[in-house]
Design a protein around this ligand. Structure first.
Ligand SMILES: Nc1ncnc2c1ncn2[C@@H]1O[C@H](COP(=O)(O)OP(=O)(O)OP(=O)(O)O)[C@@H](O)[C@H]1O
Ligand SMILES: [Mg+2]
Length: 453
């Protein structure tokens, strides 16, 4: 049984109206019908609909596009599907641009509209799940600094919520610049340890002996230059969280020591004779594939096992392009002068930014926005203000396997569409041929995934 929706159907043609009424009600939905745009707007003021299905052309008065625009104001949670006459692609594209969820050409088969509704329910569910999760997390600590709405990031938000209050060790993996440290902080600040310290140590940035004394501490006189006792990070973060960044860079000798310390929850400072008990939550991060480093003999299997109790993987930005526009908005706000009016992005710049492969991930995007904000004189960032390398690089590396990270079917479809367009040199007919669909379907797919073709 599909999720019941409150649907408003608007059409001046009574046959279509009756047909849709009967079949949608037969599926268990609550259906209201209206024979004019004017009446639909009146109904919109009185009730909250989940979906509005409206004909685009209805006599002289209020058109489907007007209904769409008004519902964005009066019933913003409603998704609007417009029914267009066959072949009026222009209006259809205009409809989607004006914020329609989708459009369907008359005549259509009933299954088409039912399928559309199924997708829509799934999207509404994801959106509200995302909003709820964000609210839950934000209530406890402002997480608005982590931006994302792709299904992959929704999963990450969920995991942060699940693991925050446990004591389990978390291993955060992902390429450089994907937000590992941000997620580590989010876990800490959403946990019961939030009022205690979050201390980070970069295991790749220190020499072995320095790292050892930073981790475990030392006693006065333990080595030349050890003038005083020094607390190690586990002791210093008592009650809080220790973030072991770039954990794969640690020497194997230190790995052995770290494993013992973690197992015993006791640390003995260098040169000292007493062990000190500590209570901290451990979060580790690596931008390397640790399984691979284990196989190469560079990382201890037992330590990986100990750290990887819960894994949070941050996918590279190129695999969650839905997040790019949102991140751009976030960084534009961050880098704009509070006194001046907010900066905007020209269409050509948005196009370049959403198609680039972002090898440096979110950090690279952040730096790019920061520098273009500094360069623009007009308040509108155009493609010209963006670094040239962004325009030169193809969107996906040819060897990149589009399904290696096990994406959802929707995401796979989006990537394959991009790949086909690329292979076809952006020739629409050729791309449609590769995909085995007609051009109309190709346009619809592109619209659905926000891909400009
Ligand atoms: N989802 C996000 N929303 C907002 N900002 C983000 C997001 N992800 C990353 N950033 C920003 O991008 C920059 C890099 O993030 P972070 O330092 O957490 O990455 P990292 O994975 O730890 O990188 P590295 O492996 O190079 O240390 C930071 O300035 C961070 O605030
Ligand atoms: Mg980092």
């Amino acid at each position: 049984m599909p999720t019941p929706l409150n649907i408003l159907v608007v059409d001046d043609d009574p046959t279509t109206l009756q047909l849709l009424h009967e079949s949608l009600a037969g599926e268990g939905h609550a259906v209201t019908t209206s024979t004019s745009g004017e009446e639909a707007l009146k109904l919109g003021h009185e009730q909250a609909f989940d979906v509005v299905i409206s004909d685009i052309k209805m006599g002289l008065g209020v058109s489907g596009l007007d209904v769409l625009k008004s519902f964005r104001q009066i019933n913003p949670q409603a998704d609007v599907i417009l029914m267009t006459a066959f072949g009026s692609m222009e209006t259809a594209i205009e409809a989607v641009k004006a914020g329609a969820y989708d459009y369907i050409s008359k005549p259509f088969r009933l299954e088409e509209i039912l399928l559309m509704l199924e997708r829509l329910v799934e999207r509404q569910r994801l959106q509200s799940e995302n909003i709820n999760l964000r609210h839950q997390l934000e209530e406890r600590f402002s997480l608005s600094s982590i931006v994302g709405r792709s299904p992959q990031m929704v999963e990450v938000f969920k995991k942060i919520g699940y693991v925050a209050d446990s004591r389990s060790t978390v291993l955060i993996t992902g390429e450089s610049g994907t937000g590992k440290e941000l997620v580590a902080k989010a876990i800490h600040y959403n946990s019961g340890r939030a009022s205690k310290k979050f201390l980070a140590i970069n295991c790749g940035a220190l020499t072995e002996s320095l790292l050892e004394s930073e981790l475990f501490g030392h006693v006065r006189g333990a080595f030349t230059g050890a003038m005083t006792n020094k607390k190690g990070i586990f002791e210093a973060a008592e009650g809080g969280t220790v973030f072991l960044d770039e954990v794969s860079e640690m020497s194997t000798a230190l790995q052995v020591k770290l494993l013992r310390v973690l197992d015993e929850q006791e640390v003995r400072p260098v040169g000292g004779s007493n062990s000190i008990h500590f209570d901290v939550r451990i979060i580790a991060a690596s931008n390397k594939d640790l399984q691979e480093t284990v196989e190469q003999g560079k990382f201890r299997h037992d330590l990986l096992y100990r750290l990887n109790v819960i894994n949070i993987h941050l996918p590279p930005l190129r695999e969650r392009r839905d997040d790019i526009p949102l991140l751009i908005g976030h960084f534009l706000k961050k880098f704009s002068q509070p006194s001046s009016s907010p900066l905007t992005l020209a269409d050509d710049a948005l196009d370049v930014l959403t198609h680039y492969s972002w090898p440096g991930n979110v950090r690279e995007l952040e730096n790019t926005i920061e520098s273009s904000v500094a360069l623009t004189r007009t308040g509108v960032i155009t493609a010209k203000e963006l670094p040239a390398r962004l325009r030169e690089q193809p969107s996906t590396a040819p060897t990149e396997n589009i399904f290696s990270d096990m994406p959802s079917l929707d995401e796979l479809e989006r990537r394959y569409l991009l790949r086909a367009l690329e292979a076809a040199g952006n020739n629409k007919s050729r791309a449609a041929e590769i995909l085995g669909v007609n051009r109309k379907t190709l346009y619809r797919m592109a619209e659905r995934y926000g891909i400009k073709i």
